[in-house]
Ligand binder design. Sequence first.
Ligand code: ZN
Length: 358
Amino acid sequence: MLYSGISWSADGFTVDVIDERGERRQPSRLFGPRHTQELIRYLHGFAGELTAVVDSTNGVLDGRMMAEGLTVYRADPQHLGERPLFAAVPAPDIAAAARRGLGALTRLERHRGTQTGREPDLAEFARISEQALADGTERRTCVSRGSGERREISLTFDDGPQPPDTGQVLDILRRYDVPATFFCTGMYATAYPEYLARMLEEGHGIGNHTWSHPMLFELTRPQLVEQLDRTNEAIAAAAGGRAPTLFRPPYGSRTPEVLGWLAESGLTTVLWDVAPDDWQMPGADTIATGVVEQARPGSIVLLHDSGGDRSQTVAALAPMIEGLLERGYSIVPVEQQLGAPAPAPVPVPAAALAGGKR
Ligand code: ZN
């Protein structure tokens, strides 16, 4: 058995592979955020006897790894040492935790992703956040849907941008001349700025979805702020200096404290009221029908353009849009439903303009 620890940082992903005796099989390898396919090929090169392990602050790689047949585990904070401000714990430490006791880690399931086994935590934290969410909704620092005064609905796409799915989603939206909102991760905004440029050019909104897709309740406040700021910079650098005004929490993860930190960041937290669970791949028909049937004026629909095999989401999109248009909905970006000001140009650090890294 070989154990591969995979960490993330501003520069991409570092991969370390060790054997049962704890000895490195290869020197550490760094893969830039644009090179996830190479990373997956590299892991497949160890001929099937390898277990890949990510930590719980990394939700941007597991879906694709599992879609390509790799075995993936998640190590939680109690299995690892202290985390840096803006990175996972080092890859060798993640590999060592797996070698020490793989049974203590969580094997991820393809249709549950990095939240495998965390669903009760997510539900419980959501439950204790209900009052804070209601207060935030009142103050307009959080929303789950628009006002519904007009027959408008918003489609949102999380976790990208990444080829090929983001491009296919954009092609379909363009065919129907329908603008959406994309909640991008900083990791892939840095990797694929051309998609963000196209989103802006074609009238879409762009929101912040953190850098590495962590469970927010596991971050310290400085770690959360770093995820938000670096992602704002990456998006602004790719989008002509325009920083996002909207934020979507990965997994919808929240606590009253986190919602307070988010409100103070100045970003509006956007949840949703229609979720066809496209990431669980229930079938394109089910995804399209679910959205059309659940939609009501003001709805915000949660969809995904990255994070695994999104072929069903892509296949569902045309019938979904046709069904919504037939029912008289205008499909608009979330920003428009909320009457949010157009994203204002912000000063971008020179380092971010040079490639989003520093
Ligand atoms: Zn997400």
